[in-house]
Ligand binder design. Structure first.
Ligand code: SAH
Length: 254
């Protein structure tokens, strides 16, 4: 039997947002590797083994999955959202680049998923309707100074910014700092969207402005979208406002 490795995106939570391709790849696997809470989302299957590991052990998990696939098994590594966005696909590529030369010949597939920023954006309209970027606020893998420089460059260039990994117990102050820096560049009224656990049973979504954005509203399961100066809010009494960034940089309808 020839081994294979699929790096599979599970989407933001709701099984409806798992692609048919991802479901097929999961069902065809002998072994699943991933962070425990993500593995818990995959329906159990007889004969399939699961290897849960801690969130911070991405390199070791990728190497273990590659080794297992190299022995002839059909292996899947799972990620929340999309596996290529701050997740396992890059960790697997890194191991392939530096590891056993035979890993380069493995049957590898990366199965995309709906990433958190798309799921959050869809809840409020179209905040990512014009140019945007994504920045992880985690300074585990890069210095905080670099995060701040990227925030300034992105806001200064007019990008809408999706903030992943905004806060955790070990990183309590980063989001407050990020808002502070952005307040020095963007108008006080810039829309800010907080999307928490989107598409899961405990989902919550809120729209605020940059001057009143409260970092304590966010946790590890929250993605934040900070608008650009062009991003607009349409109030809808009794409903969540719509937030959108016009497709033309010159404004709506231009
Ligand atoms: N690969 C994932 C991102 C991993 S980084 C993806 O493509 O979505 C983890 C961060 O993603 C979290 O800290 C949070 O910012 C965001 N996130 C993941 N799932 C989310 C969800 N259902 N709702 C809101 N944010 C989410």
């Amino acid at each position: 039997m020839t081994g294979s490795l699929a790096v599979v995106g599970l989407g933001p939570g709701d099984p409806e947002l798992l692609t048919p391709e991802a479901a097929t790849a999961l069902a065809a696997s002998d072994a699943l590797y991933g962070y425990g809470p993500y593995l818990d989302r995959v329906p159990a299957r007889a004969g399939q083994t699961r290897y849960a590991s801690d969130n911070r052990e991405e390199g070791a998990r990728a190497a273990a999955a590659l080794t297992h696939a190299g022995q002839g098994a059909r292996v899947a590594v799972v990620s929340g959202g999309d596996p290529g966005v701050f997740a396992m696909a890059a960790a697997v590529c890194e191991q392939i680049e530096r590891g056993d030369a035979a890993w380069r010949q493995l049957d590898l597939s990366v199965v995309p998923g709906v990433t958190a920023m798309l799921a959050v954006a869809a809840k409020v309209g179209a905040p990512l309707g014009h140019d945007f970027c994504a920045i992880s606020l985690s300074d585990n893998l890069k210095p905080w100074d670099l995060v701040e420089r990227r925030l300034s460059a992105a806001a200064g260039a007019g990008f809408v910014i999706a903030l992943y990994n905004p806060i955790s117990r070990a990183r309590p102050w980063q989001l407050g700092k990020a808002f502070e820096r952005l307040r020095g560049i963007l108008p006080a009224t810039t829309p800010v969207v907080f999307g928490r656990a989107v598409s899961r049973t405990d989902e919550s979504v809120a729209v605020s402005t940059l001057d009143s954005a409260d970092p304590s509203r966010a946790d590890m399961a929250t993605l934040i979208i900070v608008g650009s100066a062009a991003t607009r809010v349409i109030e809808r009494p009794g409903l969540l406002p719509l937030v959108y960034t016009p497709r033309s940089a010159d404004g709506p309808g231009a």
